[in-house]
Design a binder for this molecule. Structure first.
Ligand SMILES: *[C@@H]1O[C@H](CO)[C@@H](O)[C@H](O)[C@H]1NC(C)=O
Ligand SMILES: *[C@@H]1O[C@H](CO)[C@@H](O)[C@H](O)[C@H]1NC(C)=O
Ligand SMILES: *[C@@H]1O[C@H](CO)[C@@H](O)[C@H](O)[C@H]1NC(C)=O
Ligand SMILES: *[C@@H]1O[C@H](CO)[C@@H](O)[C@H](O)[C@H]1NC(C)=O
Ligand SMILES: *[C@@H]1O[C@H](CO)[C@@H](O)[C@H](O)[C@H]1NC(C)=O
Ligand SMILES: *[C@@H]1O[C@H](CO)[C@@H](O)[C@H](O)[C@H]1NC(C)=O
Ligand SMILES: *[C@@H]1O[C@H](CO)[C@@H](O)[C@H](O)[C@H]1NC(C)=O
Length: 445
């Protein structure tokens, strides 16, 4: 008996239906299969789930990833800017490795990735929370596409905040608009830029908060943001990648880092006793964290936040300074004269200023770093810190020094260029050469 065209289609439909009903229990989806609104993928050890959800009180549907078996906590959203009305959403992967999300009729979102395609591709939700498209026969970490490259507002352990230099891919977080709306909100959290990596929170294009550079233990100025019993922050940099990530000590623990809709950077872990997310660290601690609070050459003191000029500087506008408007900052008491020879004054540990530049790597000694900075008239400060974990790197600053904070229990020392006459004021008993001028000056009056 011959089957008609309709019969073939009927069989095909049954075939597809049987595939899609099996997808509900697995972590993979292959070409020709669909993940529909009422289906999910679940990672192999049941940690994460991919499917459609409605955030908060909205009835809109989004494709996203959340923790399985927890109150809805979304860690990634595909179509964050364009929701689907109703339950018509369906995700598929093409044989070229591209993800397509349709609302029944129209394309709502796509991954815009194409495979080198020498094998069959497969979409898989990993236990790390990474949604990957990979060559079905290749078990390496060489993915055709991965959701970790396109973060939403959440950084999961091992996820990278930073840059893939070969492709120019910039991986950064963007806040949700609000709890009902995952579309891109006001705040971004990124590692800027590859050549002077520091953590930056922006509102639109305005810098609001900043920590850095990395000193081997933490980003300068981030108080509690170093290795602790819950997680270890890591910074990595080579010619291909520059990134920040974090690793959890207890692999069974659930933890995540987010940028909230108000721009706060928080680390949370799931407290299995209270069944709640607990905040372990919020990067912003007080008003001193506000970017540029004290203006150029001002130093911020926590507690009752207040600004003081660095030693050798005085308020640019004493009137506004007296009215607690510190944003104008401080000016040198004595002008630099690069040709006659300046020197450096060493300041006690503080949060290092914005716009650092890495000069070479550990090949530069402290003396070489100082000499190099002294020779270049626009070099305003330098220090040696352990950016790459191999002893010390020469880091230099050009232009006004902004966004410093008194940080005696965890900051870094800074050598600031000062006029010869300013250094002379200190009546050093022995002056060997300008290269060796150094003074343990307090950064306060
Ligand atoms: C899922 O939705 C499809 C229609 O979109 C329907 O045919 C199917 O029966 C539903 N399956 C379950 C398990 O509800
Ligand atoms: C969402 O829209 C913003 C601009 O409003 C854009 O920068 C961002 O790339 C979009 N995100 C996605 C995932 O489409
Ligand atoms: C899909 O989206 C388009 C454009 O937003 C809309 O016109 C269409 O009705 C939607 N289709 C379904 C099935 O929801
Ligand atoms: C897809 O990627 C190509 C090449 O990377 C780019 O030219 C194109 O603009 C992208 N399309 C979308 C919709 O992002
Ligand atoms: C959390 O507690 C439940 C019992 O309430 C237990 O079954 C589960 O294994 C615990 N999970 C972790 C990660 O400790
Ligand atoms: C330091 O930099 C030089 C040249 O840029 C490079 O050849 C060398 O491998 C680097 N050393 C380290 C330890 O990164
Ligand atoms: C000072 O150093 C900066 C950064 O390396 C460089 O761009 C500038 O050309 C140097 N200026 C002089 C006069 O060497």
């Amino acid at each position: 008996m011959e089957m008609g065209v309709a019969g073939v289609f009927a069989l095909w439909y049954i075939f597809l239906a049987s595939i899609s009903s099996t997808t509900a229990a697995t972590d993979t989806l292959g070409p020709g299969q669909y993940l529909r609104d009422n289906q999910t993928l679940v990672s192999s050890s049941q940690r994460f789930e991919l499917g459609f959800f409605s955030p908060g009180n909205s009835g809109n549907r989004y494709l996203g990833i959340w923790y399985k078996n927890l109150p809805l906590t979304v860690v990634w959203v595909a179509n964050r800017n364009r929701s689907i009305a109703g339950s018509s959403g369906a995700l598929s992967v093409t044989s070229a490795g591209e993800l397509l999300l349709r609302n029944g009729t129209e394309l709502v979102w796509s991954s815009n990735s194409t495979s080198p395609a020498n094998g069959a591709v497969v979409l898989q939700l990993l236990d790390s929370g990474n949604l990957v498209v990979r060559d079905g026969s290749d078990t390496s970490d060489d993915y055709v596409w991965e959701s970790f490259d396109y973060p939403s507002d959440t950084l999961l352990p091992t996820m990278k905040l930073g840059w893939k230099l070969k492709t120019g891919l910039h991986m950064y977080l963007t806040s949700w608009k609000n709890a009902d709306d995952p579309s891109a909100g006001d705040f971004s959290y990124s590692l800027d830029a590859p050549d002077s990596p520091q953590l930056v929170v922006r509102k639109g294009s305005d810098k609001q908060y900043r920590w850095g550079p990395w000193d081997g233990v933490r980003f300068s100025g981030s108080q509690e943001f170093r290795a602790n019993p819950v997680f270890t922050p890591k910074f990595f940099s080579d010619t291909e990648e520059v990134y920040y990530t974090f690793i959890v000590t207890d692999k069974s623990a659930l933890s995540r880092s987010i940028v909230t809709q108000f721009g706060l950077i928080q680390y949370l872990y799931w407290n299995n006793g209270t069944k709640e997310w607990s905040t372990t660290v919020t990067l912003q601690r007080d008003n001193c964290d506000r970017y540029g609070m004290c203006g150029p050459y001002g130093n911020c003191y926590s507690g009752d936040p207040s600004c003081r000029c660095m030693k050798g500087f005085s308020p640019k506008s004493p009137q506004s300074w007296d009215m607690l408007d510190w944003s104008g900052g401080c000016a040198r008491k004595r002008e630099l004269d690069c040709n006659k020879g300046d020197g450096f004054v060493k300041y006690k540990p503080l949060k290092l200023p914005d716009n650092s530049h890495l000069w070479g790597n550990s090949s530069l000694s402290s003396e070489d770093c100082r000499a190099k900075c002294l020779r270049n008239c626009s070099c305003m400060a330098y220090t040696i810190i352990n950016v790459h974990g191999n002893g010390g790197d020469c880091v230099a600053w050009f232009g006004d020094l902004v966004d410093m904070k008194d940080f005696s229990e965890g900051g870094e020392e800074l050598y600031i260029r000062m006029a010869r006459s300013e250094i002379g004021k200190y009546h050093l008993p022995v002056m060997r050469s300008f290269l060796s001028l150094e003074l343990a000056a307090s950064s306060s009056f």
